[in-house]
Design a protein around this ligand. Structure first.
Ligand SMILES: [Fe+2]
Length: 577
């Protein structure tokens, strides 16, 4: 049985395909069409899913979309009626949603087949149920608390659920305009980070700030009886799309979120690319602090209703790895399973898994232990691309390749590491990664100057052999998808100085051998040379979506000052090219 899951006409459009409940392949459209956060129809992603499954669209039994324009309709109507200026906007959105609702016609048109050949059953699932499904059904648990939060989806910003067996029972929803994601986005915009997805950058800025504005920022989000409400006077009234719009070319555009009141209270907003002042850092600090307070408050409420120590979580805000790393101390939850694609690309997997388990009542599957669900490329294809690019390279067997790369990293060189299947979700986890020495004081500057060109305040992340985690970090809950930030132990901070953030933390990836043997063995080889069971891992890209195909990796290697490229079994050195 084939199920195709989709996130479409929404930021981070994506597709995923299940065969008899197993995830065969999943990918965001941006990796294929190279447009970051692309929000149109995921035509290329669908084609890649079908190719990986060796199937045609006419073979697909079910198509599941992680969006349901009818969900929470009464709430949407109520909001529109209470805000007459928004009625026209509301009607336009409904018309657009209706137009995209006929998935059959869309697929027939995009894949150039006759729609009468398509025999699949169509399913639409509410946004946040799809988020929770994307985590719970991939987890090893038969029972868990389910939590999802983001800016907005199907008019909801937060959902709590009880997950048991094949079922997800929704316990509570927070409706728009109240949204913790919108709160975070609004302050990010105010301090000059206005693009979709910029929130992750500002999370890195927060620890440079102080508590100066904590009192004032607390007033913007009020806690009440296990719930929260925004003080809307700080926000511009937004349409039912909550300030985010997908343009006809698939670009995601953000509207201004903050109101005049923010300016009266905190002065003029910072313009992008101007100097970051202490005021901006302090606002970032208090924003992250308040975000965490509300998040923990909600989780404690969830635990009261579902007293199970296992938390299945997704939604764009679940990428807040700083908050995730602290929840073990501030809530009764002891284990988390967070979907690696916690943002909206994850809806494709969530909708597909929900169809399989909840709608069709099919048995649960083993835990998803890795995120390598994307494409891979044959050695012959890689070699042809290297030749086409005119690069000098060597072909090496597995062990010599690991030794050579580890030697280069130990010598302080920067290596592009392209191996196996691409990661699903926003993090590079050792298959489309740039790796470097984590203990050289200038490595962060070197990476930024030569390749990444990121803001000075953003930290780089460590990948650590799983069995060494507690020697280096103050918490031992694993973080296989790089979704937790923990304190680095004081005695190890110098050894990991290139990945030790200003608050002595690191957003770690724990690498277990059975999850990625090649990457594990690379770190092991590096450890044999340096004594450090850790490498610095950053995504393989330069201000673009993470590289997907070998030619993109080769192009990134050629255009930047990367020292070494290890692509499949082939090794190319900048000194020879
Ligand atoms: Fe979402």
């Amino acid at each position: 049985m084939l199920i195709l899951g989709l996130n479409m006409f929404h930021a981070d459009a994506s597709a995923a395909i299940l065969r008899d409940g197993e995830i065969v392949f999943a990918i965001a459209e941006e990796r294929l069409n190279r447009k970051k956060h692309y929000g149109g129809f995921p035509t290329l992603a669908i084609k890649a899913c079908l190719e990986a499954a060796g199937a045609k669209i006419s073979d697909v039994d079910h198509v599941a979309v992680g969006q349901d324009s009818d969900a929470n309709l009464a709430r949407k109507v109520q909001y529109a009626l209470a805000n007459p200026a928004k009625i026209l906007n509301f009607i336009r959105m409904r018309q657009r949603k209706e137009a995209m609702r006929d998935v059959r016609l869309l697929l027939a048109k995009e894949l150039e087949v006759d729609s009468t050949q398509l025999r699949f059953q169509e399913h639409h699932l509410e946004h946040h149920i799809a988020h929770i499904a994307s985590a719970y059904y991939c987890s090893p648990w038969e029972k868990a608390a389910g939590f999802s939060y983001d800016g907005s989806g199907d008019f909801v910003s937060t959902m709590m659920a009880r997950c048991e067996g094949n079922d997800i029972e929704v316990l509570d929803r927070v409706f728009l305009p109240h949204s913790l994601g919108t709160f975070y986005t609004m302050i990010c915009e105010f301090i000059g980070y206005k693009k979709y997805g910029d929130e992750g950058k500002v999370m890195g800025l927060a620890p440079y700030g102080k508590e100066t504005y904590s009192h004032q920022i607390r007033e913007i989000v009020n806690l009440k009886n296990g719930n929260f409400q925004l003080d809307l006077s700080y926000f511009k009234p937004l349409g039912s799309n909550q300030g985010m719009e997908v343009l006809p070319d698939g670009t995601v555009r953000m509207a201004r979120h903050f109101s005049e009141r923010m300016q009266k209270r905190f002065g003029d907003p910072r313009e992008p690319h101007t100097e970051i002042l202490q005021r901006d850092m302090d606002l970032a600090f208090s924003m992250q602090q308040r975000f965490e307070e509300v998040f923990f408050h909600l989780l404690n409420e969830l635990y009261k209703r579902v007293p199970i120590a296992d938390l299945a979580m997704a939604g764009g805000c679940a990428l807040n790895s700083v908050a995730n790393g602290k929840l073990f101390k501030t809530t009764p939850f002891r284990r988390t399973w967070i979907q690696p694609a916690a943002g909206d690309e994850g809806l494709a997997i969530g909708a597909a898994l929900h169809t399989y388990h909840s709608v069709l009542k099919q048995p649960r599957k083993p835990e998803l232990k890795h995120s390598y669900l994307g494409p891979e490329f044959s050695d012959s294809r890689i070699e042809a691309d290297l030749k086409k690019a005119g690069l000098r390279y060597q072909r090496l067997d597995r062990q010599p390749l690991l030794e050579r790369v580890a030697e280069q990293v130990a010598a302080g060189n920067v290596v592009g590491w392209f191996q196996g299947r691409m990661e699903w979700g926003p993090r590079a986890l050792g298959n489309r990664s740039i790796v470097a020495h984590p203990g050289l004081p200038n490595m962060k500057d070197v990476l930024n100057a030569r390749i990444k060109h990121r803001e000075w305040f953003r930290p780089f992340a460590p990948s650590i052999l799983a069995e060494h985690q507690s020697e280096y970090f103050e918490h031992d809950h694993p973080s296989p998808f790089m979704l937790h930030v923990y304190k680095i132990r004081p005695e190890k901070r110098k050894e990991l100085c290139a990945v030790n953030h200003v608050d002595d933390t690191g957003r770690l990836q724990t690498v277990a051998r059975d999850e990625n043997p090649l990457y594990y063995d690379l770190i092991r080889a590096f450890q044999r040379k340096t004594g450090i069971p850790v490498v610095l891992n950053t995504s393989f890209n330069e201000n673009e979506p993470i590289v997907c195909a070998p030619e993109e990796a080769i192009d990134c290697f050629k255009r930047t000052k990367m020292d070494v490229l290890a692509v499949g079994p082939f090794l190319a050195l900048k000194t020879e090219n």
